[in-house]
Design a protein. Structure first.
Ligand code: GLN
Length: 188
């Protein structure tokens, strides 16, 4: 199986390494030709404004948007979630606008900029998973076809809409592979 990891900025290599541990061929997506033959796509964490700008500069924006709309399984972690959202509460920028969610950037506030937690996410695994948040967004509204997968203190931090998965946290920064496995099941 070939899974692309958008490789313009941010936490790319950690996703690539997790995919390799699961015997998946990870393709770093830097230009349009790299999109050929991928069966899934990960949009990593980083800075959504920077990645958004680079998507336009590299002309990757439209081909990726049309692949997502045509059903390519796609997972956005953190900044990736912001790129996929139709609405962003505290930013005038919009990116792919393919998922019926409203997100808030840097939503946990300065005081708790980054934190870890541990939780069982029944839809993903029976074992507790370490959740790492870094200047993370959360989802403030969900609309049509969106299934909430996980919340922390009533703040939605994981959700799915058909072929699109989003997480506020970073499973690629832990040793746990369960969320990656869950995404691979969406591809199969
Ligand atoms: N704060 C970043 C943004 O708004 C996201 C942080 C992350 O991806 N770890 O784009």
């Amino acid at each position: 199986m070939k899974v692309g990891v958008l490789s313009l900025q941010g936490g790319v290599i950690e996703h690539v390494n997790h995919l390799k541990k699961l015997d998946v061929e990870a393709i770093e997506i830097k230009k349009i030709e790299d999109l050929k033959s991928i069966e899934g796509l990960i949009l990593p964490g980083g800075e959504s404004t920077t990645i958004g700008k680079l998507l336009k500069d590299t002309n990757l924006f439209l081909p990726i948007k049309s692949l997502i709309l045509s059903g390519l399984p796609t997972w956005g972690t953190c900044a990736g979630m912001i790129l996929l959202a139709k609405e962003i509460e505290n930013d005038h920028r919009r990116h792919f606008e393919v998922m019926n969610i409203k997100v808030k950037r840097n939503a946990f506030g300065r005081q708790i900029d980054s934190f870890k937690s541990k939780d069982i996410i029944p839809k993903i695994s029976k074992e507790p998973i370490e959740l790492v948040f870094i200047r993370a967004p959360y989802i403030t509204e969900v609309h049509n076809d969106v299934e909430v997968i996980h919340s922390i203190n009533n703040k939605i931090v994981a959700a799915k809409q058909n072929n699109i998965l989003v997480t506020s946290f970073h499973p690629e920064l832990t040793n746990n592979l369960e969320v990656h496995k869950y995404f691979l099941k969406m591809i199969n």
